[in-house]
Design a protein around this ligand. Structure first.
Ligand SMILES: [Ca+2]
Length: 326
């Protein structure tokens, strides 16, 4: 028995292996692979999404949609090419899918699927939240129809990675994240607090490189990704962890609370302020600011660290179950 899910993504290397991991779990019925501008521009993430669908043998079954080309209310920004390569997938130039291009946008596909699978649909977002915000703007009831949104983004109690205080996806479209977390949608934020705890190392790479032709693309992508990070601890598994948490929260430790995103400041743009909520000891933060205090009515789950279940081990084992064809 599999559950319906949409993967909303800006591929991107860790997005690519997040797709492969999702397929490998066997837990999900992937209804759409929706792309969004982020790591590279939207036209490129769409092309990469189609190419990955072909590489993992799902292009005939899973539609790939084109997403928002710029943030909700801001000018486009320069992308994160240094981690992902000029076209977003390391040094790869993968062939396009053989099926015709979808004309329905990512936000439209999400809205349609939320009606078709009302109360059942999980949305996993591993890029900027622009598409999800657009769906909510078009129809605020999207928040109620979606079963669970898990998004990779933000930094609750740790420094950022694109500025000292902001994580890339939250920085890229802060207005979108703020709209989403105040919409009433049931959400779990999987940010740097947790993703920096699950690392992919040279030893894990060796397992993939020894696994033969079906893992060759994955191994090349992960080698590129590993070399882009200079930290000895290895590369954080940002996007795959969000997919993992869709099925099992025990990969992280999480707490209830409110997220408010800094949208007004250039200096702290995209900082995700986490306001914890403890039902035993409720505390009135921001009592002098009625606007911020009102926001604490909207609570979600926020990952604050690694959990008891070993995500990196599950990630590697699961990838091996889902070889690629390119
Ligand atoms: Ca991503």
């Amino acid at each position: 028995m599999t559950a319906p899910i949409v993967l909303d993504s800006d591929p991107g290397i860790d997005d690519a292996v997040a797709l492969q991991y999702l397929l490998g779990t066997g837990l999900w019925d992937l209804k759409a692979y929706t792309t969004v501008g982020g790591n590279v521009p939207a036209s490129q993430t769409f092309r990469n999404g189609r190419a990955l669908a072909r590489a993992f043998g799902i292009d005939g079954d899973v539609p790939v949609h084109r997403g928002a080309g710029r943030p909700l209310t801001r000018l486009p920004y320069s992308a994160a090419g240094e981690f992902h390569g000029a076209e977003g997938l390391g040094a790869e130039r993968l062939p396009d899918a053989s099926v015709p291009e979808q004309t329905e946008t990512s936000a439209q596909a999400m809205l349609r699927l939320s009606r078709q699978y009302e109360g059942e649909l999980t949305v996993c977002a591993t890029g900027p939240l622009t598409n999800v915000a657009l769906a909510l703007t078009e129809d605020p009831d999207f928040a109620r129809r979606v079963k669970h949104l898990v998004f990779m983004g933000g930094a609750a109690e740790v420094p950022g990675n694109i500025t000292p205080v902001a994580e890339f996806n939250a920085w890229a479209d802060p207005d979108a994240v703020d709209l989403v977390v105040s919409s009433g949608i049931r959400y779990t934020m999987v940010g740097l607090d947790a993703t920096h705890g699950w690392r992919f190392t040279k030893d894990h790479l060796a397992v993939l490189e020894d696994a033969g032709e079906g893992m060759a693309l994955t191994a090349r992508l992960m080698r590129y990704y590993l070399e882009a990070y200079t930290e000895a601890a290895g590369s954080p598994l940002h996007d795959p962890l969000a997919v993992g948490v869709c099925a099992d929260e025990s990969f992280v430790t999480a707490a209830d609370g409110t997220v408010v995103v800094e949208c007004a400041s250039e200096l702290t743009r995209g900082k995700t302020v986490f306001i914890p909520y403890d039902s035993d000891y409720p505390r009135a933060y921001y009592a002098e600011s009625p606007l911020v205090a009102a926001r604490t009515a909207h609570r979600g789950r926020v990952a604050l660290g690694t959990g008891p279940r070993d995500f990196t081990a599950d990630f590697v084992t699961t990838l091996l179950k889902r070889p690629g064809v390119a």
